[in-house]
Design a protein around this ligand. Sequence first.
Ligand code: GLU
Length: 467
Amino acid sequence: MSDYQFFAQVNKAFDKAAQHSRFDKGLLHQIKICNTVYHVTFPLRRDDGSIEVIQGWRVEHSHHKLPTKGGIRFSTTVNEDETMALAALMTYKCAVVDVPFGGAKGGIKIDKNNFSDAEIERITRRYTFELIKKDFIGPGSDVPAPDYGTGAREMGWILDTYRQLSNDINSEGCVTGKPIPQGGIRGRTEATGRGVFFGVREACKNKDDMKELGLEPSIEGKTFVVQGLGNVGYHSAKYMSEAGAKLVGVAEIEGSIYDPNGIDLEKLVEYRKETGSIIGFESTKELENNKAVMEAECDILIPAALENQINADNASNVKAKIIAEAANGPTTSEAHEIMKSRGALIIPDNYLNAGGVTVSYFEWLKNLSHVRFGRLEKRAEETSYRKILSVVENISDRTFTEEEMQSLAHGAGEYELVDSGLEETMVNAYNEINELRKKHNIDLRTAAFLNAIEKVGIMYEQMGIFP
Ligand code: GLU
C-alpha cells in the first residue's frame, strides 16, 4: 500500500463532516491545512564514532488555540505526510474533548532498536535543541508528549534540555508525560488506555446500538482482540479485562495469537518479557501472520498500534462488531465504509484515544500552577467527612471501625482527581458526539469531525486577520 496518504485520509473524513457544517469553503480550508511544518536534519555521532544523519519533523496544525499540543513519535514510518496527518488529528481530538490546545505532532524517523540508550538520548536532546531554536517548543507555544516509540524517559530529556536553555518559571510545562519527580502527573502513563476503556464502556451502555449489533448493553462478557501491546494497547486491554471483558486475541510485531477461552494479559506480558515473543503462550493458537488475528471472531477489535492497519485488503474479513480505534488513523476511509456497510460500530480515534492528551492537559495545568492536585484540599476534605461521620454515629447506634472511617472519610488525591476528570471528559464527549450523530443521521466519526469543525471554526470566525 505504498500509495497510502495519511493526511489525505484524514481530510476525506473532514470533508464528509464539513458538508453538515455552516462554515464557508475558505474557513474550512483554513481549519484543514497545517499552519507550520518544520523539517530538520542533524548529524548523530554513533557510539562507534561514525556519523549518521537523522531526520525529524514537527508540525503545528492549528494555532486557533495555544499552545499547540501533540506527541513525538520515534518510528521508521515517520515522514512529513504522517506527521501532518497526526497533527491534524490532534486538533480535532482536542476540540472533541474540550482540551484548549491546537494540534501538533513531531516525529523522528528511526528504528529505536538499532540505537543504544545513549544514542537515543543524544537524538532526543539534539532534536529538542532544534525545536527550541525555531520556537517549536515552550509551555505557551508548543508542548510535546509521548507517542509511538517514546515515553517518560524521553520527555524527561526534553524537559532537561529545555531547562538548560531557558529560565522560564513555567518551563516544566514545555512537555507532558514526564516522570513524576520531574513534574509529571499520576495517571498519565495509563491515560490513553484508560480513556479507551471509558469510551468503549460508554458505547457499550447504549441499548439501541447494542441491540442492533446483537450484543448485551455492557462490557462484561464481551470478547476482544487487541493489536499492539505497547502502552496504549496494554492499558486498554488491562482495563477491559478488569471490567469483565475477555481478551481472546493479540497481535504484535512477531505474530498473532488467538484463544477463544481467554488470554491472561499479565501472564502474557511476563511471557513476552522472558521469551521476546507472544508466540507459544499457554494454550493460544499461533495464526498465519501478525495481522491475522484482526480477522478473528470477537465482539470488539482494538487496533492500538499504527495507522493503515484496517484497509481495503482486510476490512471485509474483519468480524468484530465494534471497532475501537485506540491508535491514530488505524482505519482507512475505504475500510471504514466496508465495515460500516455490514453494520459495525466504529468508535473513532479522534474521540477514543483522547484520554492521553486530556491528562496531558491536567499535567500542564499542574505545571503552571506549581502545585499537585489535591495537595490543599485532601486533608480538609477528610476532616470534614470525619465530622459528618461522627454526627452519623451520634444519631444512630452505629460506631464505625477505623478501617470504615478511612475508606468513607477519604479526600481525593492526585490520581483520583485525574481519573475522575478523565472519566467525566470521555463520558461527556461521547454523549456530545452521539447527539450530533443522531441529529444529522451520520456515523460517530463524522459526528466527531463535525463537532471539532464547529468548535475550531468558531475560533477562526472571531479571529482578527492581520494585514
Ligand atoms: N500522543 C498522544 C496522542 O496521540 C498524546 C498527545 C499529548 O498528550 O499531547 O494523542
